[in-house]
Design a protein around this ligand. Structure first.
Ligand code: BGP
Length: 459
């Protein structure tokens, strides 16, 4: 049984939905300038949510949605990354929150979703301490301006995916040294956000939002078990241990040591790290991950597009592989609903905090029929199986308090553009043709409406 006040929601990010890429003083983010396959939609119009937010919120309210996760782009609030606050952007988000509240929807706001101001990237981005200082200033503006309107804050979307898959997501690569310098800075930035949020908006709650996927060993071979332990630490626990326990995860530390990195919490950061903790965990989940110890001469699995699980490799430590017991979606991502229950139980065992699932969904090719319907039974099956898994976890004592699937409306996928759709609501555009941009609820929207009404899938 899910709790009576379970937060039924849906999720979006700004750069994938808003468009209006140069409007109202917005500057470019790393997402606006990254090299994209020319066949893939860019973010300049995206789903035009910047102009159509009221219509979208209205439709979502009709589905009974109680919370909408959005992100605010730093590039709108402080266009030069560090200096003056842009009043047009502040006004815009007051309107957005006002609309949500009028429709009975609680905003859940991510301060940063992959879209670093390009101007800061050019100065070194997350490998520079100055970016941490700039981020602290930026989030303080958010907390001061919107603190009375937003009860749920999320810090930095998926720093783990951002660092492990940087080239694909950010268009550049870190060296090993830089990656873990960026890791440290991101973790410190997050701690500063916890601190500032608790100081400036004591009524609100804040949590991290990593992508957490439990890592399975490919076999019972002890070396494969160790490979899974390493990758669990590198991909999952390093981030949550820093946030929740204020420590560098010891297995992660061992891995860093072996690869020539000596990562320590700096003396001047000790107090910040040990005194500022999250109120809850946000968690994005799409798939589990299976790894083995890489055999001699082996490297990345070639031709695999699944960056969330299989396309992972580090010599001497781990190599992703296809789990023969699991099916895949149209875009080669492994589907594992039971893995969500396992992941939730392990996360609960480690951290004992309320959990909100802040992303979970199926990217698929959808077809709009001549009478404007989308029969996405495959998405209903995916969401339903994952929700049942959540219900099992809740029955087993895991405090899951909300479900905000990805995504509320169709948006531009980070890796695949517009053809890979996630929404409960169809947006009428294709990769290159903006068409009408009209919204059409899919079958999954009506299914979700019923789920919300019943407070679960089983009734
Ligand atoms: C998560 C991101 C989202 C979203 C999702 C699906 O990692 O937080 O922004 O994009 O993955 O990924 P993709 O769009 O590549 O299918």
């Amino acid at each position: 049984m899910l709790p009576a006040n379970f937060l039924w929601g849906a999720s979006l990010s700004a750069h994938q939905t808003e468009g209006a890429a140069t409007e109202d003083g917005k500057s470019q983010s790393v997402q606006d300038v990254r090299q994209r396959n020319p066949k893939i939609a860019d973010f300049s119009v995206a789903a035009d949510h910047y102009h159509r937010y009221a219509e979208d919120i209205n439709l979502l309210a009709k589905a009974g949605i109680k919370a909408l996760r959005i992100s605010i782009p730093w590039t709108r609030i402080i266009p030069d990354g560090l200096g003056a606050v842009n009043p047009l952007a502040i006004k815009h988000y007051h309107h957005v929150f006002n609309e949500m509240h009028n429709q009975g929807i609680e905003p859940m706001v991510t301060t940063y979703h992959f879209d670093l101001p390009q101007v800061l990237q050019e100065q070194g981005g997350w490998i520079k301490q100055s970016t941490v200082t700039a981020y602290e200033k930026y989030v303080k503006v958010l907390f001061k301006e919107f603190g009375s309107e937003v009860k749920y804050w999320l810090t930095i979307n998926e720093p783990n995916v951002m660092l492990l898959a940087d080239r694909k997501i950010l268009g550049f690569s870190y060296t090993h040294q830089e990656r873990y310098q960026a890791f440290y800075n991101l973790m410190i930035a997050e701690k500063k956000a916890f601190q500032a949020c608790h100081q400036l908006c004591p009524q609100a709650q804040i949590g991290p939002v990593p992508n957490i996927s439990y890592v399975y060993p490919g076999s019972a071979k002890p070396q494969d078990i160790r490979a899974a332990e390493y990758f669990n630490a590198i991909r999952n626990w390093a981030y949550l241990d820093f946030s929740v326990r204020g420590i560098i995860n010891p297995i992660f530390q061992n891995y860093l040591h072996q690869t020539g990195i000596d990562l320590k919490i700096k003396a001047e950061d000790e107090e910040l790290v040990q005194q500022n903790f999250p109120d809850f965990l946000g968690m994005n989940y799409y798939t589990s991950v299976t790894v083995e110890y890489p055999k001699a001469g082996q490297n990345r699995t070639s031709g695999v597009s699944d960056q969330q699980s299989e396309d992972v490799y580090e010599k001497g430590f781990y190599k992703g592989l296809t789990n023969p017991y699991l099916s895949k979606n149209d875009f080669n991502w492994t589907v594992d609903p039971l893995g969500l229950q396992t992941t939730l139980e392990v996360v609960n065992d480690r951290y004992h905090l309320p959990i909100y699932i802040t992303e979970n969904g199926l990217g698929a090719y959808d077809e709009l029929t001549a009478d404007y319907q989308v029969h996405d039974d495959y998405r209903i099956n995916y969401l339903s199986a994952h929700l049942q898994s959540i219900q099992q976890a809740v029955d087993a004592g895991v405090p899951v308090q909300g479900y905000l699937p990805w995504s509320a409306i169709d948006l531009v996928s980070v890796h695949e553009g517009m053809k890979k759709r996630y929404g409960l609501i169809y947006v009428d555009r294709t990769e290159q043709d903006l068409k009408t941009l009209a919204r059409y609820p899919k079958d999954s929207y009506f299914w979700y409406q019923q789920v919300i009404k019943n407070n679960g899938v089983n009734k």
